[in-house]
Design a protein around this ligand. Structure first.
Ligand code: PLP
Length: 399
């Protein structure tokens, strides 16, 4: 099928809730993708960090194919032979006691919200229906009605009210604001360790450690959303490892399956997860054998191929090289590991035309928050590929 056709069909029959670049992809391998005309591109979005392991990683593909002809879905009404080993591996690799497996990131966040509220009522003793969760301005935690209810992005909320109460918004990266916002009925602080969709916002050093301490002092749970930052993206397996702390719970998704299948989870300590009893929560597809087999294979890759190490090393070098570009358009280059945002000056307009020119130069990026170009390639990317990309990026940023 040629390109106008695929695009026309999507536009004619699909809801108009996305504005993709004008390109039809047909194949992917490692950090590279191909369009329907056979052109090759370096993927610098990695499906919003869902393909950290690279497109169609052979080992994950094999696990998917093998399991697909064996058993795919039982529902949780019965045990299956893949879920137990998957949960064990997930806990061993991440250091958490327990995992509750769902499908999408938003569902993992919803699960975390349910868990901390229930913990608040059953363990902390918060009066019924009074629980409050502290969140940050410019957060992105997904698109369900509860979650967009505490978004500060007007477009994500417009037309979707009334919203779920019980959320308090404070500025991101501000430990004093967190301390001030704590109340006896606060059950948790939910935050991204680096804000992805807001434009790769890195908080000040020590922020997560301070938040850990403030949550402890106020008997509140500290929950990190590592759906985008997890699995090596920021140069550690989890971004919280940069500050040598552990949250009480973490939401994971995206690269948890290497992009082959939707797999997400809420990981937590025993004292949080034990609030759930049979019938309290669930999902038809959550923890299915196909997801579990894919998840197990996908978890091996960051560890065995040292994706966190690659991200740390290549990311530091790449950020330096981007900062060295003398561009009239760039206001700031920031990031952690291969999680990089190039913020354009107000006067340079939207990032969209820059992303379109990058596409024409063979580099796929997507604007985030109008003024920021995100560079987050699969973590298997070769240094040579980034070296190939840099002069092309420079040309686009200086023209
Ligand atoms: C992508 C993302 C989500 C939502 O994940 P979906 O799979 O799209 O529901 C939640 N939190 C963060 C930090 C994300 O980046």
């Amino acid at each position: 099928m040629n390109q106008p056709n695929a695009i026309t069909l999507a536009e004619q029959y699909g809801a108009n809730n996305y504005h993709p670049l004008d390109i039809v992809l047909t194949r992917g391998e490692g950090a590279w993708v191909w369009d329907d005309a056979g052109n090759k591109y370096l993927d610098c979005l990695a499906a919003y960090s869902a393909v950290n392991q690279g497109h169609c990683h052979p080992r994950i593909v094999q696990a998917l194919v093998d399991q697909a002809s064996q058993l795919t879905l039982t529902s949780r009404a019965f045990h299956n032979d893949q879920l137990g080993p998957f949960l064990e591996k997930l806990c061993r690799v991440t250091g958490f006691d327990k995992a509750l497996v769902m499908n999408t990131g938003a569902e993992a966040v919803e699960t975390a919200i349910k868990a901390v509220r229930k913990w608040g009522y059953k363990v902390k003793g918060v009066p019924s229906d009074r629980a409050e969760i502290i969140v940050c301005a410019d957060n992105f935690h997904g698109r369900t009605t509860t979650i967009v209810g505490f978004s500060t992005e007007p477009q994500y909320r417009d037309g979707y009210g009334p919203f779920t109460p019980g959320f308090k918004v404070i500025p991101f990266g501000d430990a004093r604001a967190l301390r001030k916002a704590m109340k006896p009925r606060t059950v948790a602080f939910l935050v991204e360790p680096v804000q992805g969709e807001a434009g790769i916002n890195v908080p000040p050093d020590g922020y997560l450690a301070a938040a850990r301490e403030i949550c402890d002092q106020n008997d509140a749970l500290f929950i990190l959303d590592e759906i985008q930052t997890g699995w090596g993206r920021t140069g550690k397996l989890f971004a919280f490892e940069h500050e040598d702390i552990r949250p009480d719970g973490v939401t994971v998704g995206k690269a948890m399956s290497g992009g082959l299948y939707p797999v997400s989870a809420f990981l937590a300590s025993e004292d949080v997860m034990e609030v759930f009893h049979p019938g309290d929560h669930g999902s038809t597809f959550g923890g299915n054998p196909l997801a579990s087999a894919v998840g197990m294979a996908a978890l091996d890759v960051p560890v065995e191929e040292d994706l966190p190490g690659r991200s740390a090393e290549l990311g530091a070098w790449f950020i330096d090289r981007l900062r060295a570009i003398d561009s009239p358009h760039v206001a700031e280059v920031r990031g952690k590991g291969l999680f990089v945002g190039v913020e354009l000056k107000e006067s340079s307009g939207s990032a969209r035309p820059f992303c379109e020119r990058l596409k024409d130069a063979g580099i796929l990026c997507k604007e985030t928050h109008e003024q920021v170009i995100r560079f987050a390639p699969p973590l298997v990317v070769e240094k040579e590929a980034l070296e190939w990309a840099l002069p092309r990026i420079e040309k686009v940023l200086t023209s």
